[in-house]
Ligand binder design. Structure first.
Ligand code: ADP
Length: 256
């Protein structure tokens, strides 16, 4: 009988060959299982950490109001504003976590992607001083869960704006090419190092935390984008823009 060692792996015998193969497959399965469990653990640890920070802030300000609210009524409005803002951040984070874990509606309907992009750009124009240049084919439609494309566009466009300087331009394209839908967001921002271009899609990964800390975020936007794209069997690629910045390209395959 092959032995189970302290890593719970099976010892792979040289022969008979069949037993050797089964033991190898078993060990590979075990390793994959181990990685999946580790990812889940990291996810729970990261999610708790992300929620703890705003929660500590909320409790701190509630305490402040309780202790000083009567004598210094001016702290009340300020603290309430802070509590409101942090509670909203937590609520958004929880929604995003639920979306990542697949607890969202899956009913499909034809969605006008052109309209979704236009609405998202209009909304971000109110938040960021950037020059949004749009080249959108009219009425590009796709069968999707309503809300999915808006969420995808929001995360890519919000990042493009967040990680690029005031007054720089962001070019947004939407087209049908060879029956595929191609959506591109190109910015003139800080760019993404080649070695990090895969990692940015991991949950909670933020490139160079020290430099990113001046930019608000929790590192799950692109994980959401990837989850949505995979749901439709699409692809996303990242490349450098010239002379600076980043281009994200999303391709959604033709639907039957
Ligand atoms: P968040 O923006 O909340 O940190 P994301 O998952 O959306 O999280 O992005 C992960 C990381 O990828 C960001 O922290 C940032 O370092 C990098 N990144 C994403 N989009 C861009 C971009 N357009 N330009 C430069 N860096 C980006």
């Amino acid at each position: 009988m092959p032995q189970v060692d302290h890593m719970q792996k099976l010892t792979v015998p040289d022969e008979p060959e069949e037993v050797s193969k089964v033991a190898q497959s078993f060990n590979q399965l075990l390793a994959r299982q181990h990685q999946a469990i580790q990812r889940e653990k990291d996810f729970v640890a990261n999610a708790s950490h992300e929620l703890k920070t705003p929660l500590a802030g909320i409790l701190g300000h509630a305490n402040l109001i309780r202790r000083h609210g009567e004598q210094h009524p001016e702290v009340v409005a300020k603290s309430l504003q802070y509590i409101d803002q942090e509670a909203q951040r937590m609520s958004q984070l929880v929604n995003e976590l639920l979306l990542l874990e697949g607890h969202h509606s899956t009913a499909l309907a034809p969605v006008d992607l052109t309209k979704e992009v236009q609405a998202e750009v209009a909304s971000l124009k109110g938040t960021y001083r950037r020059d949004f240049i749009t080249e959108l084919a009219p009425h590009v439609t796709y069968e999707m869960t309503p809300g999915d494309f808006r969420s995808l566009a929001h995360n890519l466009l919000d990042n493009a704006a967040k990680y690029s300087p005031t007054d720089s331009s962001i070019t947004v394209r939407l087209a049908k090419q060879d029956h595929q839908v191609v959506f591109t967001v190109a910015d003139q921002g800080r760019g993404i190092a080649v070695e990090n271009r895969q990692r940015i899609f991991e949950r909670f990964y933020r490139e160079d935390a020290s430099h990113s800390s001046d930019v608000p975020g929790s590192g799950i936007g692109l994980a959401i984008v990837k989850t949505i794209i995979e749901k439709y069997h699409g692809k996303i690629t990242v490349q450098a823009n010239t002379p600076r910045g980043t281009i994200f390209t999303v391709c959604l395959p033709q639907q039957k």
